[in-house]
Design a protein around this ligand. Sequence first.
Ligand SMILES: O=P(O)(O)O[C@@H]1C[C@H](O)[C@@H](CO)O1
Ligand code: HPA
Length: 294
Amino acid sequence: MFPDSNNGYSYEDCQATADWLLAQAAVRPQVAIVCGSGMGGLADTLKDQVAFNYKDIPNFPLSTVPGHAGRLVFGTLKGRPCVCMQGRFHLYEGYPIQKITKPMRIFALLGVETVILTNAAGGLNQDFKVGDIMIIKNHINIAGFAGNHPLAGPNDDRFGVRFPCMSDAYDRDLQQLALDVGQELGYGDFLRDGVYCVVGGPSFETIAECRMLHKLGADAVGMSTVHETIVARHCGMRVFALSLITNKAVMEYDSEEKANHEEVLETSRVRASQLETFVSNLVSRIKPSKLSYS
Ligand SMILES: O=P(O)(O)O[C@@H]1C[C@H](O)[C@@H](CO)O1
Ligand code: HPA
């Protein structure tokens, strides 16, 4: 029924890659961080780094997008053992959906408890400004409605259940903690929360599509994160995710504005150091045990 859906993504395949990494790196990460477009500088803030190019990791995909370096970095962030993806994979790169999410399963097998996902996104909410940081409180998985879903195919119960619940996809305690951390840092003026909608890309959305997504309840639109969240939750990790609003989605037919990747990377560059401070302070406040916070 699902002829090729387990090729290279089985439990044993993920375990083999995890074992390889565990043999190379002394750090045993509790937190995994995925860097969005232009946000790879987050990985550079890790101390005592051991880094691997994706091309050297057995059965790991390769990054093909500008602003996604393609390195897996182990190290500590404010003393907390972490692993950081300096570059993620997107559906539009042509990878099967199971491949772009495979790192989440590898992280679970490394012992990671919490995943922090970051992304660049277009702002649909008219109150949002370029440069805002949106804490993701929920998502809309349009492709998933049509069956393009990272958990389609045979289910391996060693990862998780066949029908995982997604009403608690984004950990509420971590959202509150992030709000507190943001306020303490004085980021309140550009800290928001909202709903992220994933689209396939790589073309940016039409004006009609942006209007539709906004009407459906999305505050921001992007091309990643949701698939990773679903797989991370399926295998029992907590998820915190944020969008950097790198551009305003074009919603008016007489607008001359055009979404483009250069603007995305430029906004990421401008907010880079604040994002790094935000994420590292957040990580420092996540206690190793699954249930407690400082
Ligand atoms: O990896 P993220 O979601 O940050 O990347 C976004 C979506 C596209 O890959 C790219 C468009 O500029 O940025
Ligand atoms: O406007 C956007 N649309 C989709 N993905 C994006 N990633 C950054 N900005 C956007």
